[in-house]
Design a protein around this ligand. Structure first.
Ligand code: ADP
Length: 602
C-alpha cells in the first residue's frame, strides 16, 4: 500500500506539467485496469484476439510510462498513447462492438478529444486531421461492408451502449473542464494578489525613495552653508596668522572641511540625480580654460604624493565648445581625483581628444590613466553603482563613499555619452568618457602650454606684479568674507583698500573720499550693483572724476560682459576673484603714475 502511495505521489508530483500528470494518471489507471481485465479474460476464456489486444495495450502503456518518466519526454509518451488509442484500440473496438449502431461514435469522439489533452503543439493538429480521416474510413467500411462489423446482440443493447457512451464522455470531460477551470481561477487569483502586492510595494518604495532624496537634498543644503562659512573664515586664518601652531591647526581644518564639503556636494548631486532634478545646462565654454582648471586641480591634488602628471591633448580641439562645462568638469575631476587617490607611485595621464561627427557635432573624449592599484575583475562589476566600493581590503586606508563613479556615470548618461573602464589589479586603471558636444568655434585651441604660461602665476609662490602705495580703491560686497579676500589678495601690492557692505555705504564713502577704482558686486540685497552704479553716476564727484567702476559677478553667462558695458561699467570680473585677473584690472584702470610695475611684468 505504502509503495502504491509513493508511486502515485511520484507520478502526480507538483513540478510536472498538467499534460505530464494527466498522461501518468491515464496510463497507470489504464494499465492496472487492463491487467485486471486480462486476468478475468484468461480465466473466463474470452477469445485469443481480445487477449492479444489487451496485452499489446498494456505493453504500449508501460512503454509510454517509461518514455514520460524515465526518458522525461512526456509529449512523446502522449503521442505513443494517442496513436495506440486512436489507430489500434478504436478501430478494433469499432468492428467488434457494433460499429456505427452503438456508442462507438461517442468513444471515437472521446479518444480524439483526449488527444488534445495529452499531445502538445503541432502534432496535436496532425492527430486531429488523421482522426477525422480515420473516423471517415471506419464509417465508410460500415456503410459499404456491414458484414465486417460485429453487431450488438439486440437493438436494446445498442441504445444502452449509446447511453453509457453519453454518460461516460460527458462525465470525463465535465470533470476535466471543472478541474481546469478551478486551476485557472486559482492561478488568476494568486496572480492578482501578487500584482496588488507588487503595486503596493512599488508605491511604498517610490514614496520612501522620494522622502530619502528630499531629506538628503535638504540636509546637504543646510550643511553646506555653515561649512562654506568655516572654510571662508579658516582661509582668513591661513592668510593672516603668522603663528606656526595656528597655521597647522587651520591646515587640518581646511583638509577636513574640504572633505566634508565634497562629501555633502556628492550627496546633494546624487539625490538631485535620483529625483530627476539634475539638469544639463549647455552654454559656450572655453576648452583651454576647461583643461587648465582640470590640470591645476590635478596638480594640486597630487602634490606630496610624488606622482608624475602627463597631459596629452589634441591641439586641433576646437577653441570653444557648447555643452555643460560645469558637469563635464565634475566628471573629469571625479576621475582625476580617483586616479590620484588610488595611485601610490607612477604617472597619471589626462588625455583630451575628440572625434569629428556631422558638423558642428563632435565627441569629446576624456581619458584618465593611472599606474595605481588597479581594480580586480569582481571589483569592476557594478563599479558604477552607488555606494559601491571595489576591493575594500586593498583600499581600506583610502577614504571614500562609493558615490563618485555613480554620479559620474549618471552625469555621462544625462549627456547621452558613455563611460568605460579597463583595469588590471596592481597595474593601474584607464577610465574613458565620450561626451557628445557641439563645436562653438572652428578655430583650434592650439598650444596649451604656451597659453598656460601666460595665464598662470598663482599659488604660494605668486609674486605681485606691481605696487601702488598711493592708490586707493573701494570694494563693495554684502558678504564680508569676499571683501576680506580681495583685501588679502592685494596686500602685497600695498593698494589702499576700503570696504563697503551695501550700496548705501558705498555712496556715503564715495561722497567723502576720492577713489581711483571701485569694485561693486552685482547681487546685493536692497540696492544691487547696477542700482548703486546709477546712483553713483548722479553724484558730483562722479561727474567730475569719472571714476572707473568694475562690476563683480558670480555668473559667467555668455554675453553678460556686453550687457554690463552697455550699462556704463568700465569692465566686469567674475567671482571667485583670481589674483592675476584682479591685478590686471588694477594695472589697467589705476592712474599710471601711481603704479610701479615689477621688472618681469613690464
Ligand atoms: P570612492 O569614494 O570609494 O572613491 P568611487 O565611486 O569614486 O568611490 O569609486 C568606486 C570604487 O572604484 C572605489 O572604491 C575604488 O575601489 C574603485 N576605483 C575608482 N577609481 C579607481 C582607480 N583609478 N584605481 C583603482 N580603483 C579605483
Amino acid at each position: 500500500m505504502e509503495k502504491i502511495k509513493k508511486i502515485t505521489k511520484y507520478l502526480t508530483r507538483e513540478e510536472l506539467s498538467m499534460q505530464h500528470r494527466l498522461i501518468n494518471i491515464i496510463l497507470s489507471i489504464g494499465a492496472m485496469a487492463l491487467v485486471v481485465c486480462l486476468i478475468f479474460d484468461f480465466f473466463l476464456g474470452t477469445g485469443a484476439r481480445t487477449f492479444w489486444i489487451m496485452g499489446l495495450l498494456i505493453i504500449s502503456f508501460l512503454v509510454s510510462l517509461f518514455v514520460a518518466n524515465v526518458l522525461k519526454k512526456p509529449n512523446l509518451a502522449g503521442i505513443i498513447l494517442a496513436a495506440v488509442a486512436n489507430y489500434l484500440l478504436m478501430p478494433l473496438l469499432f468492428f467488434a462492438e457494433g460499429g456505427k449502431e452503438s456508442g462507438m461514435p461517442l468513444w471515437l469522439t472521446l479518444a480524439s478529444l483526449f488527444t488534445f489533452l495529452i499531445v502538445e503543439g503541432w502534432p496535436c493538429y496532425v492527430f486531429y486531421v488523421l482522426n477525422v480521416l480515420m473516423a471517415g474510413c471506419l464509417l465508410y467500411s460500415d456503410f459499404t461492408h456491414p458484414e465486417m462489423v460485429q453487431r450488438m446482440a439486440s437493438r436494446r443493447a445498442e441504445y444502452e451502449d449509446y447511453l453509457y457512451g453519453i454518460a461516460f464522455v460527458v462525465l470525463v470531460f465535465g470533470i476535466i473542464f471543472k478541474f481546469q477551470g478551478r486551476l485557472y481561477e486559482g492561478k488568476k487569483k494568486e496572480l492578482e494578489e501578487k500584482e496588488q502586492e507588487l503595486i503596493k510595494m512599488n508605491l511604498d518604495l517610490e514614496k520612501a525613495n522620494e522622502a530619502k532624496s528630499v531629506f538628503l537634498a535638504r540636509m546637504s543644503h543646510e550643511i553646506r552653508t555653515p561649512i562654506n562659512g568655516v572654510i571662508g573664515m579658516n582661509e582668513m586664518i591661513l592668510r593672516e596668522s603668522g603663528e606656526r601652531n595656528i597655521l597647522n591647526y587651520a591646515s587640518s581644518i581646511e583638509v577636513a572641511s574640504n572633505t566634508l564639503l565634497s562629501l555633502v556636494n556628492d550627496i546633494l548631486d546624487f539625490s538631485k540625480i535620483e529625483s530627476g532634478l539634475m539638469k544639463i545646462i549647455p552654454d559656450e565654454y572655453d576648452v583651454f580654460s576647461f583643461i587648465r582648471s582640470c590640470y591645476t586641480m590635478l596638480d594640486m591634488r597630487s602634490k606630496g604624493k610624488g606622482l608624475k602628471l602627463k597631459l596629452d591633448y589634441n591641439e586641433k580641439l576646437p577653441e570653444k565648445l557648447f555643452g555643460d562645462e560645469i558637469r563635464i568638469r565634475q566628471i573629469a575631476t571625479n576621475l582625476l581625483t580617483n586616479a590620484v587617490k588610488y595611485t601610490d607611485s607612477g604617472t597619471i595621464t589626462f588625455e583630451i581628444d575628440y572625434i569629428k561627427k556631422e558638423e558642428p557635432r563632435i565627441d569629446l573624449i576624456l581619458r584618465v590613466t593611472d599606474t595605481g592599484r588597479g581594480i580586480s575583475e569582481e571589483g569592476i562589476e557594478g563599479i558604477f553603482e552607488s555606494f559601491r566600493r571595489a576591493d575594500e581590503r586593498q583600499n581600506r586606508n583610502i577614504e571614500g563613499t562609493g558615490l563618485g563613479l555613480a554620479i559620474t556615470k549618471q552625469l555621462v548618461d544625462l549627456m547621452e555619452g558613455s563611460i568605460s573602464v579597463k583595469s588590471q589589479q596592481g597595474r593601474g586603471s584607464e577610465f574613458t568618457v565620450v561626451i557628445p558636444q557641439t563645436q562653438a568655434s572652428s578655430k583650434p585651441m592650439g598650444d596649451f602650454w604656451a597659453k598656460f604660461s601666460t595665464t598662470t602665476g598663482t599659488g604660494e609662490n605668486y609674486e605681485e606684479s606691481f605696487t601702488a602705495k598711493e592708490a586707493s580703491i573701494l570694494v563693495v560686497d554684502d558678504v564680508p568674507v569676499n571683501l576680506q579676500i580681495i583685501k588679502l589678495l592685494l596686500k602685497k601690492t600695498k593698494v589702499g583698500v576700503d570696504m563697503a557692505t551695501s550700496g548705501e555705504e558705498c555712496l556715503e564713502k564715495y561722497k567723502e573720499k576720492h577713489y581711483d577704482l571701485i569694485f561693486i558686486d552685482h547681487m546685493m540685497p536692497k540696492m544691487d550693483g547696477i542700482e548703486t552704479f546709477v546712483e553713483l553716476q548722479k553724484t558730483d564727484r562722479y561727474k567730475e572724476e569719472k571714476t572707473p567702476i568694475i562690476i563683480l559677478t558670480a555668473n559667467a553667462i555668455q554675453g553678460a560682459d556686453k550687457e554690463y558695458m552697455a550699462v556704463g561699467f568700465s569692465d566686469y570680473m567674475t567671482k571667485p576673484v583670481q589674483v592675476q585677473e584682479l591685478e590686471k584690472m588694477l594695472i589697467k584702470y589705476l592712474p599710471e603714475e601711481k603704479v610701479t610695475l615689477k621688472e618681469e611684468a613690464r
